[in-house]
Design a binder for this molecule. Structure first.
Ligand SMILES: *Cc1c(COP(=O)(O)O)cnc(C)c1O
Length: 227
């Protein structure tokens, strides 16, 4: 299967669903992204700022870029001008910085942000507790922000083949999403995204309500971290 074949496969699979594909291109060269682009795909995800900046410069500017990896506050300035969505917002401090940098660039469109909620066992995974997300949305600082828009939640499930466990984690994230929506976004259609599901578990994630699956190796092949 070529990259183009894989893109067409996902187009097919996602037709008639409420879910979109974020093609996760990390570690793969711009040429691989170009192949997906030429097959019609426009939504890509990267997990490192440096890599995202380089690829942004090299590739057509009608690509929609999502940053999906942990973001340090001191690096927001490098992507604030062009990034569409930051999926990995895990603190109020980070959101404050994103808002500030988006304002400095005089963006006409706000930066979309997803609140990353920790749903997996692994303590090493970034993300907020549900309670922290609530505190963020209740804060005065958040309410005064004009250059960001919180559009949903994101979660990274445990790396396991245990389907029951994956379902439980995805369901938990969906529950968080619904509670936040009903509490803070009543009648506000902006808050509509649940980003969950990767190459090994995207089908389950869609069954559990995902609106954004983040698929890397399933499109671009295995990653080589030795280069
Ligand atoms: C790498 C990555 C993915 C994609 O992983 P695959 O297993 O290759 O599909 C999804 N989400 C995040 C946050 C990632 O860092």
């Amino acid at each position: 299967m070529t990259i183009a074949d894989n893109i067409l496969y996902f187009d097919e699979q996602l037709r008639n669903t409420n879910c979109r594909l974020v093609a996760v291109s990390k570690t793969h060269p711009a040429a691989a992204i170009k192949e997906a682009y030429e097959a019609g795909h426009r939504l890509f995800g990267e997990n490192k700022v440096q890599e995202l900046v380089e690829k942004y410069a090299e590739l057509p500017h009608d690509i929609t870029w999502h940053l999906i990896g942990h973001l340090q506050t001191n690096k927001v300035k490098f992507i604030a001008e062009f990034v569409d969505t930051i999926e990995s917002v895990d603190s109020l401090k980070l959101l404050v910085e994103i808002n500030k940098r988006a304002e400095m660039y005089g963006r006409t469109l706000p930066i979309n942000c997803l609140l990353q909620i920790s749903i997996a066992d692994e303590l090493t995974k970034y993300g907020m507790d549900y309670e922290e997300a609530v505190a963020l949305l209740q804060s005065e600082e958040y309410r005064s922000m004009k250059y960001i828009r919180v559009v949903g939640v994101m979660g990274i499930a445990t790396n396991t083949s245990d389907e029951a466990k994956l379902r439980q984690e995805f369901r938990y994230l969906r529950g968080c999403y619904e509670n936040l929506r009903d509490t803070f976004f009543f009648a506000n259609p902006d808050f509509c995204e649940i980003s969950m599901g990767m190459t090994s578990d995207w089908k389950i994630a869609i069954e559990e309500g995902s609106t954004l699956i983040r698929v890397g190796s399933g499109i671009f092949g295995a990653r080589d971290y030795s280069k």
